[in-house]
Design a protein around this ligand. Structure first.
Ligand code: NAD
Ligand code: MG
Length: 401
């Protein structure tokens, strides 16, 4: 019997990072199509009350907080619901390892690595939002998905766009894969003004509403660089076939050019429910609830090349992609330390690419950027690169204002 919502069969789903921005969009979709999905596990960092409310709404089987000190609050908030409560990093990984049809992996940062790998081994489809996993360990994650016989569905809007355009075609047939970027809030800001940027300015993204870390990454364009590395691993294409096009309206999300000169584009509203719905229903379709795109209302689509001088973080990520091995993991670790410090007022905005560059230099000089052999080596490199970035931070901060 067809499940409500038009899916041929009901699907089981787990949601890692349920209290975040991607989490909220996914919860919205699961509630819209409640009959079509049964929810296995939901996880969060430490907001126990919020997670319990989500678990109750979704009728999840288990809810897990990574922070063990939040266990009591979660247990109390779930009392009488019949929903199992668990806590701790290992409990998150165990929840991710439950077999499901789809796991939406939406923990932010390399903190999501272990759970994402666990999901890669257990879910028939890994709907990947946690791009840092692919950046740090793309080859290993691809291997994990292949070994489990599952598939990876890109949740990131640009990659979901490319996935839809290719529609099963080997990406190596493409001449160029183009990811669009809004350009962020400082697209037209002078270098002198960029030095003065405050967290509250950088948190105002012009077109997307997202979690704090990715919003800052979008303001530095490091996000777009991470997305190039993500595309490199998702589609198996060489770095020189990948490019970035600034498109401030965020209507076209990705483009693919072929040898005959054809360019195929994916258009849609800037609403993450669109790519997430595509993953949840793939290869079928469900209503995302997103406002339908009216191009006569949009009227103008504009494009420009990214400015690699003002947005040095984009150039650094491109270089790290070309260098490969452990370089992207080091870059990601340094970026996470830099973004956290910027948000806490300990580093100037232009100090973010500086800290990345110096951490990469230091780690490369120490021979740390050889390809990590396994997930354990990736996690070790992440910890060590963070430690070195934190050591470099005060020197870089002092000259970043
Ligand atoms: P967010 O900060 O809004 O949410 C992050 C989630 O991860 C929360 O549920 C939080 O509880 C959980 N989390 C944080 N630290 C954790 C830890 N140590 N252990 C376990 N759980 C932890 O982030 P977001 O904007 O939803 O982004 C999530 C991921 O999706 C990121 O990798 C981001 O790059 C990617 N992504 C987000 C968007 C977007 O529109 N928000 C778009 C594309 C890709
Ligand atoms: Mg994106």
């Amino acid at each position: 019997m067809a499940a409500p919502s038009g899916l041929a069969q009901a699907r089981s789903v787990s949601l890692l990072g349920a209290t975040g921005s991607i989490g909220a969009s996914t919860v919205d979709l699961l509630l819209r199509h409640a009959g079509a999905y049964s929810v296995e596990a939901v996880t969060a960092h430490r907001r126990a009350d919020e997670l319990a409310a989500i678990a109750r709404k979704l009728k999840a089987k288990v809810a897990v907080v990574a922070d063990a000190t939040a266990y009591g609050a979660l247990k109390a908030a779930l009392s009488g619901s019949g929903i199992e409560a668990a806590a701790g990093d290992e409990a998150v990984v165990e929840a991710a390892a439950r077999p499901v049809d789809i796991c939406v992996a939406a923990i932010v940062g390399s903190a999501g690595l272990k759970a994402t790998f666990a999901a890669a081994g257990a879910a028939k489809a890994l709907a990947l939002a946690n791009k840092e996993s692919l950046v740090c360990s793309g080859e290993l994650l691809n291997q994990a998905v292949r070994a489990s016989g599952g598939i990876m569905l890109p949740t990131d809007s640009e990659h979901n766009a490319i996935f839809q355009i290719l529609n099963g075609l080997d990406a190596r047939h493409a001449e160029e894969i183009i990811l669009t970027a809004s350009g962020g809030p400082f697209r037209a800001t002078s270098p002198a003004q960029m030095r003065l940027v405050k967290p509250q300015d950088a948190l105002k993204h012009p077109t997307w509403t997202m979690g704090a870390k990715i919003t800052i990454d979008s303001a530095t364009l490091v996000n777009k660089g991470l997305e190039l590395i993500e595309a490199h691993h998702l589609f198996g294409v060489a770095p020189d076939k990948l490019s970035v096009l600034v498109h401030p309206q965020s209507i076209i999300h990705g483009l693919v050019r072929f040898a005959d000169g054809s360019v195929l584009a994916h258009l849609g509203p800037a609403d993450m429910r669109v790519p997430i719905a595509s993953c949840l229903a793939w290869p079928q379709r469900i209503d995302s609830g997103a406002r339908r795109l009216d191009l006569s209302e949009v009227a103008t689509l504009t494009f420009e090349a990214p400015d690699l001088q003002r947005f040095a973080g984009l150039k650094l990520t491109q270089d790290a992609m070309i260098a490969g091995g452990g370089a992207p993991c080091v870059l990601n670790a340094a970026n996470e330390i830099a973004v956290e410090a910027f948000l806490e007022g300990r580093l100037g905005f232009m100090g973010i690419p500086d800290l990345i560059a110096e951490t990469l230099d230091l780690c490369t000089g120490r021979g740390m950027t050889a390809p990590p052999a396994d997930v354990h080596a990736v996690l070790t490199l992440d910890v060590e690169a963070r430690r070195l970035a934190a050591q470099l931070l005060p020197h870089i901060a002092a000259r970043s204002w």
